[in-house]
Unconditional design. Sequence first.
Length: 531
Amino acid sequence: MSEDGLPACKYGSKCYRKNPLHLKEFSHPNKSAHSDQVSRKRKNSSEGADEICAKSTVGSGESGTSSIPPGNVQLTSDKNTTKELSPATQVALSQSCSKYNYYLTYVQRGIDNSYNQGSSLTLYNVINGTKAELESSCLLSYMFDLDWIRQQYKLCDRTKPMTVVHGLKGDSRIELLEQRGSNSNIKIVEAKLDIPYGVHHTKMMILKYTTGIRVMITTANLIPMDWFQKTQALWCSPLCPPGSGDSNTNFKADLIEYLSGYKSKLIAEWIDLIRQHDMSKCRVWLIGSVPGRYLGGKKFSFGHLKLRKILQQHGPASDASSWPVIGQFSSIGRLGANANSWLRGEFMQSLSMTKGGTLSAPLPDLKLVFPTVENVRNSLEGYQAGGSLPFSQQTYDQQRYIKSFMCEWRSESRGRSQASPHIKSYLRLSPDNKRVPWFLTTSSNLSKAAWGALEKQETQLMIRSYELGVLFLPEMFDLENFVVDDSFSDGNAFPFPFDLPLTPYLPADEPWIVDRKYADKPDSCGEFWNT
């Protein structure tokens, strides 16, 4: 508690929020300096960035996203950090992305455009990439900037009905309502978060057109910062026409089960709409998390047990049981006092499952991709990128064992080694680094809150947060394995977002810690990080 009787803002001197409600609710060190810094950052950011900046950003940075407003993004580096991709590789990469409907977001500055063309999408591309007329949309995210979102719609579509699903609290919730204002076309659903420390972290759009619906699941929040110079991923469904069909992956049924977890009348209208459309061409498995405690058969409906069930039914053969498991994420929660308590316990048992496998099989190696301090310092955004990587000193100190699993962020094949990752990916990789039997893109970071934790002698699974991702299995594309090929000349190559094989930490490397001071070396923008 501060001298003025207010609880301290958890972002301290790093907080750039301007909302007077936030400033009244929380104390900030050196409040006048804080206000001056906000003003200075805002003033500096106003030149030449109108096309990507919005008035405000709603959200708290609690689950992997910075509280710094989008007006600050122009402080990033615009130096081109990559070589041009060869025309043949560019075409092959584009074809690979199209085959799997898996894309990265468009990096606005700092990389050669050959790494964007045909293999990356903007939010405008996603919304307006269908010839049919848009009728309505449903937006689910952790953070929103409604003014910026509306700018991504064609002018004629900005008054179309929109449903916004969020889990914001306090002044962030009030900001969202203020942004909505008197727009009667925007309806807001507040996701129930009955279990402490849970968040609404799902990032999905359901777009209704005159000829069908399209589903987009992404790692990017609906704010401009997340679509600017970060590495983000998205999966877009084919346009699903009217009809009753479902895919061999039960995508439609699983999407309905996930959305039913909100217990909302407004979302029920979207569920009815989904039931009326044919999703037989959706060739991915939905892996979601919905807050709750699940028993019996429901225990395998969500979280890491849902992934375990699908892999046990359709995953790699037993001869891949020794293949390493890879996790890549932008935030790390409290995983337990030792690696075996959750990380290499129930969680690893799920990710290492094989077709027809059992829990008694020996566990393979685990490798975790998380940016080093140097990755962040040299990124296009500089230290500012670290605001979206909320791994705290306290959490690190409680689980130092995690460093032994860590590998740095490298994405030369996609031109994004300097585009800081907010993406989350999980996969298995053959020992020769050429074959991948499954790949998952998701909103889920490395945490029990996201994936769930077993309770009561493993009879129930407890999940705190809403999450959503899609699982790619080779059998749905008539393949035995996905192929790792940076030239993408192999027609079965998958457009992985980072380089394989991985690059382990050197002894001197340290993971980025968001609340540590970095004042010895300036970043790519000439700035320092002072907590």
